[in-house]
Structures are given as C-alpha cells and as structure tokens.
Design a protein around this ligand. Structure first.
Ligand code: PLP
Length: 365
C-alpha cells in the first residue's frame, strides 16, 4: 500500500472535525464569565478525546492560556513537551499528585503536584522543599483530597509551600443542589489557613454558576470541548466536534425484515436502511441503538437496530432527499449537541466525549 492508498483507507471510516477556534471561543466565554479569575485549561484524558497537544497549543497561542491541569504525571510530561514552543513556562498541575516513583517526572517536566494526602505532602516536602504545590481539600465529595481536620498539620509541615488551595464540587451538574453552597462555605472557611495561596473551586459548572464559586483560578474542562457540564443543555457553549462517517451501503427492506444483531428492529412497512461505517468501537454507545440520531444531508435519521462494532444502520425511509453511498452521516455537531446524543445513548457527556475511539481520524480546522 502506498501513502495515498493508506490515506484513502482512513477516510472510509469515521472522522472528527475539530474546530479549534470554537474551542478558544469557549475558553474566552468562560474567561469572561469569571472575569476576576485566571482561567486554566483542563486537558486530561487527551483533552477529553479532542487531542491534548492541538487543544493545549491552541489555548496557549490564541487565548493566552498559561495554566493547565492533567490527571497523571505522564500526561503532564507529554504536555510539557507539546508546549515547548508556544508556552514553555506554562504551569502544569497534576490532579493525582506524586508518588515515590513519579517524583522524578515532576522534576524533569517541571510539573506542579496537587497534594491529596498526608503521604503525598510528606514525599513532596522532603524531596523538593519549598517548591510550590497545590493542596486539595476534600469538602464533601470523598474522592480525592485531604480531610479538613488535617489541613493545619499539612500547612505546618516543614518544606510545604502551598501556592494553590483547591477543592472540587460533587454536584456542579445541578446548580441548585444544596451541597454546592455547603462545599463552597466549607472551602471558604478552610482557605483562611492559606492566606497566601490562590484559591480554586470551580470546574466548568462552577464557572457558569454565580461569582461566589469563582475564586482566583477556574478549572474548566468539558465546556471547552463543547459540552454542557449541567444535567441539561447549555447554549452558551459552542460546538467543537463534528463526528462524521460515510454511508457505505443502502438497501430497501420489506415489512417483517429485521436489521442488525439480535434483530432488534423490524420494519412494519417498506423501509430504506443506510449502513454507516462507524460503531461502538469508535465510541457510539450500544445504548444508542434504536434511539440516537444522525444528520444526513440536513435531515435527521434514527439508528435502526443494534449498534455494531464498526457499523450502524440508519432508517432513511422518510428523508426528503435520499442520500447516496459516500454521503456523510453526522452523529455529533452543531445540530446534534453532545448533551442530546449522550442522553439518547444513556451515557453522560463526559463518557461520550472521552469514549471517542482511537480509530476516529481527528482533523483540526
Ligand atoms: C476533571 C476535573 C475538572 C474539570 O471538570 P469539568 O467538569 O470537565 O469542567 C476540574 N477539577 C477537577 C478536580 C477535575 O477532576
């Protein structure tokens, strides 16, 4: 196979058109929503599937983002190398913090740990005394972070230099949930122990909630990538990803004929089915079978039958303009937002985005 054949082969499968200017517009919108705070970019998990390197570079270069968060130190090292040209001195925070085996990665890639436990505080303060770190207080989520009653001891630990004091909301998806205010108030009280540290509480949801959640540094992720952090859609956020795949076969079927594995769709009248080259191996959840839609030539077509690994049937019977082989079907984009597609598939927006398969060709606009 020569180079050209290889490229043609890739285009026979799904692709994602990624609009980096929409990504930066979302950053700018989040920045304007919390004008007194610095807006960091959360780029963990390959920037939620969008691609860490292009996403972080665009945020640094076009929107001036200088602070990033990743989950694992290994992600931080990759990000440090990716930003060498555009933002060599960016602050890169690592949510999971250090372990004895990763301390060298923090040093070599100039990463800032988020300290989540007394053990991590001890390792850090001993290995790199006075080098700044972030401290994560658990204000009720009971996931990562230090219990409030232990903060005084950590603060007093010799060698500790806490430059950012942070916590995380458990119920940001529901702005009216009483736990949000409870966590915010606990955070405010605990932060008095760290008068010189910058404070950080808001992820995407907190940024779009009122100013009492904003503090000094915000940490949006999902909203950058075009999805709502709430349990409803949020139209201030622009679509970033358009996920498309080609129709590779079209067939007419008779009443009583079924489509796909386990014959879960049976035609009740003559029907036309388009078979599309995308499946759960590319991140379309099986839960979308018979429920989720795609846009074909501007019209909606519902998934007929069960989603396969590499193929999906669409019921195109009632489309005014019948598609032909090679036409694209769009499963995500400006007309099918991530929230809608995720809801139809029975997953949340985060799962849908981060589940986008490695086989999907990312094309940056
Ligand atoms: C992932 C994560 C974020 C970003 O959350 P979004 O809801 O995607 O904006 C912020 N803070 C912490 C601690 C996280 O784990």
């Amino acid at each position: 196979m020569n180079k050209k054949d290889a490229k043609d082969a890739v285009t026979s499968g799904p692709w994602a058109e990624i609009d980096l200017s929409a990504l930066c517009a979302n950053y700018d919108m989040l920045s304007a929503a919390a004008p007194a705070a610095e807006t960091a970019g959360v780029v963990k998990c390959n920037a939620y599937g969008v691609g860490m390197e292009p996403a972080a570079k665009a945020l640094a270069k076009r929107s001036g983002c200088q602070t990033f968060f990743v989950a694992y130190p290994e992600e931080g090292a990759i990000l440090r190398a990716a930003l060498a040209g555009d933002a060599p001195d960016a602050d890169i925070f690592v949510f999971h913090g250090p372990s004895p085996t990763t301390l060298g990665v923090f040093r070599d890639a100039r990463l800032t740990p988020v300290i989540n436990s007394a053990e991590q505080a001890g390792w850090w303060a001993q290995a790199f005394p006075s080098i700044p770190c972030a401290l994560h207080a658990d204000t009720g989520m009971n996931r990562l972070g230090l219990g409030l009653e232990t903060l005084g001891d950590i603060n007093a630990l010799s060698g500790m230099n806490v430059s950012v004091f942070m916590s995380h909301l458990a119920c940001g998806a529901e702005p009216d949930h009483e736990m949000n205010a409870r966590q915010r108030d606990a955070f405010a009280e605990a932060s008095a122990l760290f008068p010189d540290a910058r404070k950080s509480l808001a992820a995407s949801a907190g940024v779009l909630m009122d100013a009492s959640y904003h503090y000094d540094v915000t940490r949006p992720g999902i909203a950058l990538y075009g999805a709502s952090p709430f349990s409803e859609d949020e139209r201030r956020i622009k679509s970033v990803i358009t996920l498309k795949a080609p129709i590779i076969q079209i067939r007419d079927i008779n009443p009583g004929d079924s489509v796909g594995y386990n014959a879960t769709f049976t035609a009740t009248k003559p029907a036309r089915i388009a078979t599309v080259s995308i499946g759960y191996g590319d991140g379309i959840p099986v839960g979308g079978s018979g429920r989720a839609c795609a846009i074909v030539n501007g019209e909606r077509a519902q998934i007929a039958g069960r989603v396969s690994m590499d193929l999906i049937g669409l019921d195109i019977t009632s489309l005014a303009e019948p598609p032909k082989i090679g036409d694209a079907a769009a499963f995500l984009g400006p007309d099918i937002r991530i929230f809608e597609a995720a809801s139809a598939c029975g997953v949340n927006s985060y799962e849908l985005l981060t589940g986008l398969g490695g086989r999907v060709d990312r094309r940056y606009l």
